[in-house]
Design a binder for this molecule. Structure first.
Ligand SMILES: NC(=O)c1ccc[n+]([C@@H]2O[C@H](COP(=O)([O-])OP(=O)(O)OC[C@H]3O[C@@H](n4cnc5c(N)ncnc54)[C@H](O)[C@@H]3O)[C@@H](O)[C@H]2O)c1
Length: 439
């Protein structure tokens, strides 16, 4: 039973529009997966919102509802999809090209996928250099492009009758850039949109359009996107939740599972070398050094925060950490990653761990998109605004308040996520103290 005042959460009534800039491997695997689950031909493996439970109260109370029964989430049947891409392929054709799901699976969801035609993208080759396509908006200024996106959203809302929307960036990784003066305030950003400031990337124009339309925004890629003071100001003023950056899948997922365990046992680490081969369009974009730099930044930041070399110089002060991504077309989306971890134990004796992960990138990413859509919509209905740190669980480089470090340890992230759900419903937070069982 709830012991505190629950947060007021508006009911999940009506359709929820899912707006996806980028109709590539991740988006199509996500949409096809939702349609397959709705049709009863597949299970939503990897999704907390669909499968996980949350323990409430004491361990002897036996209260462990499914998360989806505990908090009011939108139903899968209520999701309506729309996307933008620089290519004209509909979602079925794009999914066939991405070749993540086999043709037999795609045939079963062909009809709903064929209904999704990408809207013209806001694109700039200075930000994504390796690809080019015809389905692109032409306009005089970046502000005009933002307004065209808002018009797309209005039309989608009218057509689909969506009561609410959420936007998740599933577009390519843009080149690395740091916040510039134009990103410091909303006023400067809007002036920059009018003046075509080259520091404003397409993903920032999508994020701006979403927030102006009252739509929460999540960033699945490592580029800045919504992570600037200007757009965070807009999110706060408009009472909108946002989160990012870069879906935590593959090698980084492994890293944030393994590193906390080694550190928990106070085992030292002298090196972590990660390399992988990847042959999908994402791999092709990341073959460009500018886009790779964005990825490298998010991938490298993880170990430092988990291992805290400042607090444990003897164990982690000399860690050599390196991450490589190699574009290798024959593998398509079936990535292969190798990790070599040099650790040391009692009296400094060295040991090695090798991880060889034959993963499927988009199979790992798709359930994250679903959870982010449903949780961001929940946060919005619960009146939560600005950075949603409790959704760090899903990201390689979680957005965080200035002055604090991001939390990377996946087990702390999960505890934080579930405690946030308990807090929303007025349930006791779980501290794992447990002395009362022995009184
Ligand atoms: N697959 C994963 O496990 C994973 C993990 C973490 C992050 N990501 C990130 O998610 C994003 C999507 O990954 P993916 O594997 O689907 O890549 P993808 O290349 O298959 O799809 C991205 C799509 O975005 C389109 N695009 C690029 N710029 C656009 C723009 N300005 N507007 C609209 N569309 C645009 C491209 O044409 C492409 O079709 C990438 O940034 C990737 O780095 C993926």
């Amino acid at each position: 039973m709830a012991t505190k005042e629950p947060v007021r959460i508006a009911p999940a009534e009506g359709k929820l529009g899912v707006l996806l800039p980028g109709l590539g491997a991740v988006s199509t695997t996500f949409i096809a997966g939702v349609e397959a689950v709705k049709a009863g031909v597949a299970a939503p493996i990897g999704s907390l919102t669909q499968l996980a439970t949350v323990r409430l109260g004491k361990r002897n109370e036996g209260r462990t509802p499914l998360i989806k029964d505990f908090v009011p989430l939108a139903a899968l049947a209520d999701l309506e999809f729309a996307a933008w891409d620089i290519y004209e392929d509909n979602a079925y054709q794009a999914a066939r090209k991405a070749a993540v799901l086999d043709p037999a699976m795609l045939e079963r969801v062909r009809a709903p996928l064929e209904q999704i035609h990408p809207m013209e993208a806001v694109f700039d080759r200075n930000y994504v250099r390796r690809i080019n396509g015809p389905n692109v908006k032409e306009a005089r200024t970046k502000l005009d492009r933002a307004e065209m996106l808002m018009e797309d959203i209005r039309r989608f809302r009218d057509r689909s009758k969506a009561a609410r929307c959420v936007m998740v960036w599933c577009g390519s990784t843009e080149v690395f850039n740091r916040p510039a003066p134009v990103h410091q305030t909303l006023k400067a950003f809007e002036a920059g949109l009018r003046a075509n400031d080259p520091e404003i990337a397409p993903s920032q124009i999508y994020a701006y359009a979403a927030l102006k339309m009252g739509i929460p925004y999540a960033n699945g890629a490592p580029n800045l996107s919504v992570d600037t003071p200007a757009l965070l100001e807009l999110a706060r003023d408009a009472n909108l939740p946002v989160c990012g950056k870069d879906f935590k899948t593959g090698q980084t997922l492994m890293k944030t599972m393994i590193a906390p365990g080694l550190k928990a046992r106070m085992l030292g680490m002298s090196g972590w070398f990660s390399t992988n081969i990847l042959g999908n369009r994402d791999g092709e974009v990341l073959d460009d050094p500018g886009s790779f730099k964005s990825k490298e930044e998010t991938k490298l930041s993880v170990l430092d925060q988990i291992l805290q070399p400042d607090l444990y110089p003897q164990l982690y002060g000399k860690l050599y950490h390196s991450v490589r991504i190699n574009y290798y077309p024959p593998r398509g989306d079936a990535k292969e990653g190798w990790d070599n971890i040099d650790i040391f134990g009692w009296l400094g004796y060295p040991m090695q761990i090798k991880v060889n992960f034959l993963c499927r990138d988009s199979i790992l990413a798709a359930p994250l998109v679903l959870d982010l859509v449903l949780f961001l919509d929940l946060a919005h209905r619960a009146g939560m605004r600005g950075i949603q740190e409790w959704l760090s669980f899903y990201f390689k480089a979680p957005m965080h308040a200035p002055g604090i470090y991001p939390e990377h340890d996946i087990f702390i992230q999960l505890m934080k996520l579930k405690n946030t759900l308990r807090w929303m419903r007025g349930e006791d937070l779980i501290t794992h103290l447990g002395l009362e069982y022995y009184d």
